[in-house]
Write a protein that binds this ligand. Structure first.
Ligand code: DC
Length: 251
């Protein structure tokens, strides 16, 4: 599995800022970006759309491998054609039009907000607990490791998907900081009640993501932990870039 293509993995819990930081670094370096959570969200969206039972892992695997193709390409994430280039049975189409501003479309509708919203977040955490579904998504993630380099954002990038990455970051922030960031992301007005609600759903998700048996969100033994509670995005990005320089990944 070893590869010379440089990879920076940025793992962490929900709303730890890893997506923003990964995005900024990939833009700075001109490297490919893997938003692995989006894959789990897309599967969750499809499961929801087709009214599938989460316990039907075989059916979900069939859906993801036979009925819908999910590809990361330089146009983002696509799911439209089967292996032979035929339109898929369900006529599904998910397309993101730009690598760094991912939008997800479904049969021509922009479903980005749904896919990023709370309902699908909850469902995605449950989908992501399935070993079988995770396994289906492994090659789709590894194929993103192309020159000149990859910044990969997720929970298990450094532990499972790219264990030989040259630089592994585990981004941390207090639950309160993360809840505030999530609210800002959702554009929600901050009332005490809505803050508590967001905090609680984050903590439920933390629990699912970090305590699950398969690929839990945890730092790789060789990961550098960065607590970003008191750091700006720019400071966090600068710290990661310094580490990459120290490791001679970049000049
Ligand atoms: O990063 P995110 O919030 O978009 O991730 C959505 C869900 O997918 C989240 O519950 C954790 C899960 N996930 C995962 O298990 N492994 C990854 N590499 C990325 C996300």
């Amino acid at each position: 599995m070893s590869s010379n293509v440089p990879v920076i993995t940025i793992d962490g819990l929900s709303a730890s800022g890893k997506g923003t930081v990964a995005n900024a670094i990939s833009l700075k370096l001109g490297w490919n970006l893997l938003d692995s959570g989006l894959l789990y969200r897309i599967v969750a969206f499809l499961v929801d759309h087709f009214g599938m039972n989460l316990n039907d892992e075989e059916g979900i695997e069939h859906l993801v491998t036979q009925r819908v193709r999910i590809d990361y390409s330089d146009r983002g994430v696509q799911a439209s054609l089967d292996e032979l280039g035929r339109p898929l049975r369900d006529g599904v189409m998910i397309l993101s039009d730009s690598l760094h501003r991912k939008t997800v479309q479904w049969k021509g509708d922009d479903v980005t907000n749904t896919v990023r919203g709370n309902e699908i977040s909850r469902l995605a955490a449950r989908v992501a607990a399935s070993r079988r579904i995770r396994n289906v998504l492994v090659p789709k993630q590894r194929e993103q490791r192309v020159m000149p380099g990859l910044v990969a954002d997720g929970r298990d990038m450094g532990t499972v998907i790219f264990p030989d990455a040259q630089l592994k970051i585990f981004l941390e922030a207090s639950p309160e900081t993360r809840a505030r960031r999530r609210m800002a992301q959702l554009g929600a007005a901050e009332t005490e009640a809505s803050f508590r609600h967001v905090l609680q759903s984050l903590q439920e998700r933390d629990e699912r993501d970090s305590l699950r048996e398969v690929a839990p969100a945890k730092p790789a033994p060789d990961a550098v932990r960065i607590d970003s509670s008191e750091l700006s995005v720019d400071d966090t990005v600068a710290r990661v870039m310094d580490l990459a320089r120290q490791r001679k990944m970049i000049v």
